[in-house]
Design a protein around this ligand. Structure first.
Ligand code: HPA
Length: 290
């Protein structure tokens, strides 16, 4: 686990290289990283330059922060994320999130590619994450707890901020982009699930499955950030159709949906920017109020 001092040092580097912290940071999922190239007046900082930072190895993931503007609102994108299936410990995945919080970011918008478990979903649909189920057996908060970062036993009953979800639904409505809302189940991967595992996930209440997002969400809620999650359903999960699932298909569909996804994310960022004054009051007990 990284120390409080390492987190503060990395945050200081972000401040020095990328300027004042934006209200909102984005974690870009598989095939969606290109969104960072659409930011206006971009400034990048490679993960390689940050002491203690993991380096992403997953296909479709670069490894850098890009700060820039969307309709005049500053935002920071993580172009490249970390997954436990790459061999990272869940606590290492918490580090970038904690660095963002120490830098001053209050809202974390996470995106991912996911398999549709809900049989009403179609490839290319979007789903707002209402809640998650952790089926990985991993948790980024295992180990000693530093109270300066967050509490030992953080509440997860509203992990996906209800007000931000309403804001996202409003943005989707205005753009006439369909947006389901549902529960995301985290499987460790990297093998795709079996049909029996998908039936189990559906019985447990999952609408989508994926191999990311949940460790970042747990870390973000722990350190007092407000979280929004959006899945791009790239395929129907195992066993729904009589056809294999491939990583190439996941990247192909998420890349194809990028224009629509970009429009939705931009509209959400613009709204967060507009409501920043109202959102500035952090609802949770956080050690890092700014
Ligand atoms: N399972 C797990 N992760 C995924 C899937 C899936 O079907 N599709 C995209 N990411």
């Amino acid at each position: 686990m990284h120390s409080f001092e390492e987190i503060q040092a990395a945050a200081a580097l972000l401040r020095e290289r990328l300027g004042e912290a934006p209200a909102c940071a984005l974690v870009l999922g598989s095939g969606l990283g290109g969104f960072a190239d659409e930011l206006e007046r971009p400034v990048a900082l490679s993960y390689k330059e940050i002491a203690g930072f993991p380096l992403s190895t997953a296909p479709g993931h670069a490894g850098r922060f890009v700060a820039g503007y969307v309709e005049g609102v500053k935002v920071l994108a993580m172009q490249g994320r970390f997954h436990c299936y790459e061999g990272w410990d869940a606590s290492q995945i918490a580090f970038p999130v904690r660095v963002l919080r120490a830098y001053g970011v209050k809202v974390l918008l996470l995106t991912n590619a996911a398999g549709g478990v809900n049989t009403d979903f179609r490839p290319g649909d979007f789903m707002l994450i209402r809640d998650h189920i952790n089926l990985s057996g991993r948790n980024p908060l295992v180990g000693a707890n530093d109270e300066r970062i967050g509490p030992r036993f953080p509440d997860m009953s509203k992990a996906y901020d209800p007000a931000l979800r309403e804001l996202a639904k409003g943005a989707a409505r205005d753009l006439e982009i369909g947006l389901h809302e549902g529960v995301y189940a985290w499987f460790l991967g990297p093998s795709f699930e079996t049909p029996a595992e998908i039936r189990m996930a559906r019985t447990l209440g999952a609408d989508a499955v994926g191999m990311s997002t949940v460790p970042e969400v747990i870390a973000a809620v722990h350190c007092g950030m407000r979280v929004l999650g959006i899945s791009c359903i790239t395929n129907l999960a195992a066993g729904i159709l009589d056809q294999p699932i491939s990583g190439d298909e996941v990247l192909e569909i998420s890349a194809k949906k990028r224009p629509e996804f970009s429009a939705l994310v931009k509209a959400i960022i613009a709204r967060i920017g507009a409501e920043d004054a109202a959102l500035a009051g952090m609802p949770r007990g956080a050690a890092w109020r700014s």
